[in-house]
Ligand binder design. Structure first.
Ligand SMILES: Nc1ccn([C@@H]2O[C@H](COP(=O)(O)OP(=O)(O)OP(=O)(O)O)[C@@H](O)[C@H]2O)c(=O)n1
Ligand SMILES: C[C@](O)(CO)[C@H](O)COP(=O)(O)O
Length: 231
């Protein structure tokens, strides 16, 4: 079977406001290495990934080139590019840098626990469907709230998933969806699946990620991440 060409877009242009740290969370160290190192390492090692685009803040480009890409030998990184104000702006900047690719893995650099097995599961799914996202069934009961903070609805937990990254699409599909949605108001768009759902109506497959694939968001996540690294 012919292998499609895959590019990973790794997002590291966020401010990390919920971390309340002077250093942006993707550059904080866990296990003696920056959070961002771990997902880049996974994509570097995966034989399914040919190219990596790293998206970061304009002011961090040279730091990333020297202290991350060069230092750790991430030879698949083709470009370190500037992101934008919102996550979706950074994704779009990454999409513009992709060259000759069939599939893209869009991944939060703040999720260090992606594994090569997940990359493979995603590849098998995207080859069949053109669009899939990683996530895990919710362990908690989920409530929808009304605008006054009262419970409005309790969805059946069996069909509730917590969504993660990578989110994986055929390049033409995700590029077209982003081109189309960018002409409109993107307020409230928090992941890439939403862009494809809204703009194309394509059915998107949910693929199991892992319960360890957390997004480092608030300070206690760093302690959890350290524990996972010792696990
Ligand atoms: N303008 C942005 C915003 C987010 N991200 C990236 O998208 C991922 C998920 O975003 P999130 O966890 O929300 O990161 P921040 O926006 O940095 O966090 P916060 O909302 O607490 O400021 C992170 O890897 C982050 O670096 C990005 O590349 N560009
Ligand atoms: C894409 C994402 O990681 C899926 O859970 C999440 O939606 C990113 O949201 P954030 O507001 O940028 O944390």
């Amino acid at each position: 079977m012919e292998q499609g060409r895959c590019t990973a877009i790794v997002l590291a242009a966020g401010q990390g406001k919920r971390m309340h740290s002077k250093i942006q969370k993707q550059f904080l160290e866990i296990g003696g290495k920056p959070v961002l190192y771990y997902s880049l390492h996974c994509f570097q090692e995966s034989p399914l990934i040919q190219d990596i685009i790293l998206v970061t803040g304009e002011e961090m480009i040279s730091y990333c080139e020297q202290e991350i890409v060069k230092k750790y030998g991430f030879s698949k990184v083709r470009k370190v590019t500037a992101g934008g104000k919102e996550r979706y702006d950074s994704v779009y900047a990454g999409l513009l840098c992709c060259q000759d690719t069939d599939y893209v893995y869009i991944h939060d650099g703040a999720r260090p626990f992606i594994t090569e097995e997940m990359v493979l599961r995603g590849y098998e799914a995207v080859k069949r469907t053109n669009a899939c996202v990683m996530g895990m069934p919710s362990k908690d009961t989920v409530k929808l709230a009304d605008s006054s903070g009262y419970i409005k609805e309790t969805p059946d937990r069996k069909i509730v998933w917590n969504i993660q990254t990578p989110q994986i699409f055929s390049y033409d599909l995700i590029r077209g969806a982003y081109e189309s949605i960018r002409k409109k108001d993107m307020t409230g768009v928090t992941d890439d699946a939403m862009v494809v759902e809204q703009e194309t109506g394509t059915k998107i497959l949910l693929v199991e990620g892992s319960y360890q694939n957390i997004k480092i968001t608030t300070p206690e996540d760093l302690a959890i991440a350290e524990a996972f690294l010792r696990y």
